[in-house]
Design a protein around this ligand. Structure first.
Ligand SMILES: [Zn+2]
Ligand SMILES: [Zn+2]
Length: 305
């Protein structure tokens, strides 16, 4: 098959809209889509300093690559979770990716910082749950302390669709009101953006391949068998039969998101007495979980490229 726009052989067949594209036209299509996402949802301004959270995986690597290509002022942050060999490998991929891009990479290692790695804490809380809490706190605090205007993450369309689907299946609708491509900054919460919001995982993989971006393929050992993967599989099956299922599901959700806002509980945020970040009680959930007595300080913790 040939490309829809030129004589070159097809590199990929897109299912929705249905078309064959050569490598060059696919890159163009992908970049245009990211640009449109940034404009449509007003994610970023040209003068902002952006911190891209890079895990070593494809989504965040592509996010950093494309924001840099579009001319944004980015630096990257890798959080080493302290999960044995998996984390060592992830860190080395993050380093290679940032070297190839020529952007500064900051590294925060959970075990060095907190004494234990993810998975080594004795707690009744699920590993993925406190891992998420820890990552979110660290990238927000790091961005806040070092004066970044936005934090960009690599969430793609499949991540978003499966998140919404899973939370609807369990009627955890309280999580849905704040879900979307943009979470505006507020006080000490730095703005969060997802530039790959409308691109499928398959498209992200193809874009990484087309640009020679190397990334970590292995999943986190704690994510194996996670139910999110089952929801993703179901959505992929539906997408196969009815192309456009995922994007229409997510866009429909954004139109109806107001319905879930009624579920937001009005909690008055105070300042954590340990770290000064927003907290519902006396301590924020991060300082509380890790039993901190003094705050983590990231101010000036900028590592050269
Ligand atoms: Zn072409
Ligand atoms: Zn705190």
């Amino acid at each position: 098959m040939r490309c829809k726009f030129c004589e070159r052989p097809a590199f990929i067949k897109l299912h929705y809209p249905k078309m064959y594209l050569c490598e060059e036209h696919f890159k163009e299509y992908f970049e245009r889509k990211v640009k449109r996402t940034i404009e449509r949802y007003k994610l970023l301004r040209p003068d902002e300093r952006i911190l891209v959270v890079v895990s070593g995986g494809k989504d965040s690597a592509v996010t950093a690559y494309i924001l840099k290509k579009l001319g944004y002022n980015i630096e990257c942050l890798h959080i080493n979770l302290g999960i044995g060999e998996y984390s060592e490998k992830s860190e080395s991929y993050a380093k290679k990716q940032c070297e190839a891009l020529g952007v500064p990479l900051h590294i925060v290692r959970v075990r060095e910082l907190l004494g234990k790695g993810i998975g080594e804490v004795k707690t009744r809380r699920a590993v993925c749950s406190y891992c998420g809490l820890t990552k979110r706190y660290i990238f927000n605090k790091f961005a806040h302390d070092n004066g970044f205007n936005a934090v960009a993450t690599g969430h793609n369309l499949d991540d978003e669709a499966s998140f919404i689907f899973a939370n609807l299946m369990n009627w955890n609708t309280q999580y849905l009101a704040k879900q979307g491509p943009l979470l505006p900054g507020e006080g000490k919460f730095v703005k969060k953006v997802k530039p790959l919001y409308e691109l499928t995982e398959r498209e992200v993989v193809a874009y990484a391949l087309a640009n020679g971006i190397k990334y970590m393929v292995e999943e986190c050992p704690y994510a194996r068998g996670a139910t999110t993967l089952e929801y993703k599989a179901i959505l992929n099956e539906m997408e196969e039969k009815r192309p456009g299922t995922k994007i229409n599901f997510v866009k429909g959700f954004l139109r109806k998101k107001k319905l879930f806002e009624a579920e937001l509980q009005e909690v008055e945020l105070k300042e954590c007495r340990i770290c000064g970040m927003p907290a519902q009680g006396k301590k924020c959930s991060f300082c509380n979980f890790w039993g901190l007595e003094k705050p983590l300080e990231f101010n000036g913790r900028i590592t050269p490229p």
